[in-house]
Design a protein around this ligand. Structure first.
Ligand code: AHG
Ligand code: MN
Ligand code: MN
Ligand code: MN
Length: 336
C-alpha cells in the first residue's frame, strides 16, 4: 500500500477547516494513537507474555476482568492524562469516573469515555478485539473537578468518536462529525496511514449479526425479523448470511464495509440489553449516523437521543445499514 497520508497529517489538514479549533482534539487523537500502538503490541505478543486469561477480579459490570482489559485501560488512561487536554475519563473497567488531578489536566476542556478492550472473551482464542472511545466537551467549569453530568451527555453531543480494531491488521476508524475515516497501522513504520477515506454504510446488506443462542428470550419483533432474514426470497437477496464474531467492534466494522445489521436485543439475562450506552452504543451510533447508517434502541428511539442516567447503563442496540434497521424497526412496531 503506498503511504498516502498519516493520521497526524490528516487531522491537521482537517483541523485547518475549523479555524477556532485549538489543536486540543488533535492532541487527544495523538494520545489515542500512541496507546493504540502500545495495545497493538501487547495483543500481538499476548500468548508469549502471559497476559492472556483472567486478571482474577470482577469489574463493576460483574464480568471476570481479563489481564488485557486492565492493561489496555491503564495504557489509554496514562496516555490521555499526559497532555493536559482531557480532564476526566469514564471506562468500562473503572467503577466510576476518574478526575485527572494534575495541574495541566485541570484546565482540560474534554472528557473521554471508553471501552479499552472490546470483545475481550476473544483474546485467548486469537480472534479480533477492539477499543472504543467517545469524546465530549466538559459541561462543568474549567479548573473545577469533573462531575458525573460531564459524562451523562446524550450521544448527539459527542465531538468525536471512534474505534481501534486489532484484527488481521490494526485499524483506527474515527469521526469528528465530518464523515468517517479509516487508517491502517503499519507496524514497520509505526504509523497509521489513511486507507479508508469517507467510509459509508451501504444502505442495504445481506449480513445479520446476532447471538442466536439467546433467540428464545428475544422480543417477538426481533424473532420475526430473524425469521425474515432466513426466509428464501430471491428478489430481496434472502436468505441473508449470519455472521457473529462476539466483538462489537469487529461485527460493526465488517457490516460498515459490506453492509449489514448488528443486533444485541434485551434478553432475560440482560433485561435492558447487554451493551453499555456511554462507551459502546453512543460512539458506534455516532459513527453509524456519520456513515449514513442508523442506530436505535427500539421503536422511534435513536441511540444518540437517549439522555443517559448512569455511567454503566445498558440499552438494547440495533445498528447498521439504514434500510435493514428500518425493516427491523417495522417488525418491532408491528409485534410490539
Ligand atoms: P466487552 O468485551 O468490552 O465486555 O464487550 C463484549 C460485548 C461486545 O463486544 C459483543 O458484541 C458482545 O459483548 C458479545 O456478547 P455475547 O457474548 O453475549 O454475545
Ligand atoms: Mn467487558
Ligand atoms: Mn465492549
Ligand atoms: Mn471491554
Amino acid at each position: 500500500m503506498e503511504i498516502t497520508k498519516t493520521l497526524g497529517e490528516f487531522i491537521i489538514e482537517k483541523q485547518a477547516e475549523y479555524p477556532d479549533a485549538t489543536g486540543e482534539l488533535s492532541s487527544i487523537f495523538a494520545s489515542i494513537r500512541l496507546a493504540a500502538k502500545v495495545v497493538h503490541r501487547e495483543i500481538n505478543k499476548a500468548g508469549l507474555a502471559d497476559i492472556t486469561g483472567a486478571a482474577g477480579n470482577e469489574n463493576v459490570q460483574g464480568e471476570q476482568q481479563q489481564k488485557l482489559d486492565v492493561i489496555a485501560n491503564d495504557k489509554f488512561k496514562a496516555a490521555l492524562s499526559a497532555r493536559g487536554v482531557v480532564c476526566g475519563l469514564a471506562s468500562e473497567e473503572e467503577d466510576t469516573y476518574v478526575h485527572f488531578e494534575d495541574g495541566l489536566c485541570k484546565n482540560g476542556k474534554y472528557v473521554v469515555l471508553m471501552d479499552p478492550l472490546d470483545g475481550s472473551s476473544n483474546i485467548d482464542v486469537n480472534v479480533s478485539v477492539g477499543t472504543i472511545f467517545s469524546v465530549y466537551r466538559r459541561l462543568s467549569p474549567i479548573g473545577e473537578p469533573v462531575t458525573e453530568e460531564d459524562f451523562l451527555q446524550p450521544g448527539r453531543a459527542q465531538v468525536a468518536a471512534g474505534y481501534v480494531i486489532y484484527g488481521s491488521s490494526t485499524m483506527l476508524v474515527y469521526s469528528t462529525g465530518n464523515g468517517v475515516h479509516g487508517f491502517t497501522y503499519d507496524p514497520s513504520l509505526g504509523i497509521f496511514c489513511l486507507s479508508h477515506p469517507d467510509m459509508q454504510f451501504p444502505s442495504d446488506g445481506k449480513i445479520y449479526s446476532v447471538n442466536e443462542g439467546n433467540y428464545v428470550h428475544f422480543h417477538d419483533g426481533v424473532k420475526q425479523y430473524i425469521k425474515y432474514c432466513q426466509v428464501e426470497d430471491k428478489k430481496t437477496n434472502r436468505p441473508y448470511t449470519s455472521r457473529y464474531i462476539g466483538s462489537l467492534v469487529s461485527d460493526f466494522h465488517r457490516n460498515l464495509l459490506k453492509g449489514g445489521i448488528f443486533l444485541y436485543p434485551a434478553s432475560t439475562q440482560y433485561p435492558t440489553g447487554k451493551l453499555r450506552l456511554l462507551y459502546e452504543c453512543n460512539p458506534m451510533a455516532f459513527l453509524a449516523e456519520q456513515a449514513g447508517g442508523c442506530a436505535i434502541a427500539g421503536v422511534s428511539e435513536r441511540i444518540l437521543d437517549i439522555k443517559p442516567t448512569e455511567l454503566h447503563q445498558r440499552v438494547p442496540f440495533f445498528v447498521g445499514s439504514e434500510n435493514m434497521v428500518d425493516k427491523l424497526e417495522r417488525f418491532l412496531r408491528e409485534f410490539s
